[in-house]
Design a binder for this molecule. Structure first.
Ligand code: 4AZ
Length: 242
């Protein structure tokens, strides 16, 4: 996160760290991406975070990557479901969304709801341009390749009309993508935040509007973050979770 501030424990209880290691290896799990808890046993992330050669776990509840804390819940991922139309195009990532199914720990629960761990809601609307929302993650900052403390920043939803102008991203955008950020630059998600939340509050409820996906560099003028448009994937998400 560029232009962010440190998050307080419990401020983004749906945020998870997606951690990977090569299958069968004796390496430790390492943070590769963010993710978003949708229910006790399901989470969202970006398709580009998933590779068949890795095994995955999620860390929920904590704000520090390298220090086990009381509030942490670390849970194995038993299934990854990558969108069947995910495509890495030369200048964009299409349908960059995936679901994680977590291991049942205390039947029927996987993650347990606490002050520090709670699901975000799926949106029943797409949020209007100008709406202030929040991004969070352990990804790159102005001065480091990643942040050991969870960071967050306020960003604004940007209309498709604006984001598809030639000065911004032009016609590479499709309806699976939405833009959010600050067009003057300085505040943005970045590498390592991928898969994590763009969350908007409405009437006291927090909705996942987007999943951190891509952008040209980070926090550059007229190059806002591009997010998987969760509203456009509602049917896909609900079908997979059945
Ligand atoms: C990346 O490389 C990446 N500014 C993620 C997010 C953004 C740019 C790049 C958005 O994973």
């Amino acid at each position: 996160i560029f232009g962010g501030t440190k998050s307080f424990p419990g401020a983004h209880p749906w945020q998870l760290s997606l951690q990977a290691k090569p299958k069968g290896s004796s390496f430790e799990f390492g943070h590769i991406c963010g993710g978003i808890l949708l229910s006790s046993c399901w989470a969202l992330t970006a398709a580009h975070c998933i590779s068949n050669t890795n095994e995955f776990q999620v860390m929920l509840g904590g704000v520090k990557l390298f220090k086990q804390e009381e509030m942490d819940q670390t849970i194995p991922v038993v299934e990854t479901i990558v969108h069947e139309n995910y495509r890495e195009a030369p200048n964009a990532l299409h349908n960059d969304i995936a679901l994680l199914r977590l291991q049942v720990t205390d039947s029927p629960y996987c993650a347990k709801e606490t002050r520090f761990v709670r699901a975000a809601c799926l949106p029943d609307q797409s949020f209007p341009s100008g709406k202030e929302c929040v991004i969070s993650g352990w990804g790159a900052t102005e001065s480091q390749r990643f942040s050991s403390h969870l960071l967050n920043a306020r960003v604004f939803m940007i209309s498709d009309q604006k984001c598809r102008t030639p000065e911004v991203y032009g016609s590479v955008l499709d309806d699976s993508m939405i833009c959010a950020g600050i067009l003057q630059g300085g505040t943005d998600s970045c590498k390592g935040d991928s898969g994590g939340p763009l969350v908007c509050e409405h009437n006291g409820t927090h909705y996942v509007s987007g999943v951190v996906s891509w952008g040209i560099d980070c926090a550059r003028r007229n190059k806002p973050g591009v997010y998987a448009n969760v509203y456009s994937f509602l049917d896909w998400i609900k079908n997979q979770m059945k």
